[in-house]
Design a protein around this ligand. Structure first.
Ligand SMILES: N[C@@H](CCC(=O)N[C@@H](CS)C(=O)NCC(=O)O)C(=O)O
Length: 273
């Protein structure tokens, strides 16, 4: 359940170190590291008991994530925009936590384990789940299916072979150029709009840009030299966004028994990073 500030009126007061609260000053979820009393509010229609559970820091969903994984990035951004408070467990892919593999034996990140035990282990499903609960920017309004299919299919195929030629033993340049052909169709799409779905960012932008970023980072000078001005500006805007910065806050890999870290949580540590 996403917790929202009520309209102006302060809600209950929650105290205690490490309790999760809705920070009305920063208008997002936070973790109380001070142990001071914090005001929270409740959106009309939310169930009070559910709020209490969230706010006491028990029963929040757990996200197994890897900071640099583009699939995990898009899931984190959707959870942040949806205002879903969850415990973030940074994973080392070479040493996946047993609890994660028990929840999702396929062993990929992201994995979201809900409070009721349900497991969502596909990034797009996590995005749809988060936004299905709360979609304040209306990301679901624009149709994203076609561009996501190309991105997650052929584009990712060529990206991997361009980025990791030693892994595939194939000519990286051939794959780089095949990927550029696909990027050109995004360039055409962005000719008359700032974002893939229109004038504001939406699901398609967030689902794709971590992968375009990976392509760009593989040979930054080459990417910058391409004749793709609209796509380059689009990527720069996403990389510059507060949402991306928030999603990319660094955390140490999680180990059982560690104090919980919350996604999007404001803490002195996060604000210094
Ligand atoms: N279809 C999955 C793909 C996720 C995926 O492949 N994640 C990579 C990291 S970027 C992974 O966990 N790979 C497993 C490994 O490297 O062991 C999704 O959308 O969530």
């Amino acid at each position: 359940m996403a917790v929202r500030t009520s309209t102006g009126r302060p809600g209950r007061r929650i105290s205690g170190r490490n309790s999760v609260f809705w920070c009305s000053r920063r208008n997002r979820p936070g973790v109380c590291t001070s142990g001071l009393l914090c005001f929270v509010g409740r959106q009309a229609g939310d169930d009070a008991l559910g709020d209490m559970r969230y706010l006491s820091g028990m029963d929040v969903p757990i996200l197994y994530s890897f900071r640099r994984c583009p699939y995990a990035m898009r899931a984190r951004m959707a959870l942040l925009v949806g205002g879903v408070v969850c415990e973030l467990r940074e994973v080392k892919l070479a040493k996946k936590p047993t609890a994660m593999v028990e929840a999702s034996p396929k062993g990929t990140v992201p994995v979201l384990v809900l409070a009721d035990g349900r497991v969502i282990d596909e990034s797009l499903d996590i995005m749809y789940w988060a936004l299905g609960r709360n979609d304040p920017e209306q990301w679901l309004a624009a149709d994203a299916a076609a561009v996501i299919m190309i991105n997650d299919g052929p584009f990712k195929h060529h990206l991997d072979r361009f980025k990791y030629p030693e892994r595939y033993g194939e000519d990286p340049i051939e794959h780089r150029d095949a990927a550029i052909t696909l990027l050109r169709s995004l360039e055409v799409r962005l000719a008359d709009r700032a974002y893939l779905g229109g004038s504001v960012r939406s699901f398609a932008d967030i689902a794709l840009f971590p992968f375009i970023r990976q392509f760009a980072e593989t040979d930054r000078a080459f990417f910058d030299g391409l004749d793709l001005p609209a796509l380059q500006a689009w990527l720069a805007a996403h990389l510059d966004s507060a949402l991306f910065s928030e999603a990319m806050v660094r955390h140490e890999p999680w180990a059982p028994g560690d104090a919980p870290v919350y996604l999007g949580a404001w803490s002195e540590e996060a604000s210094r990073a």
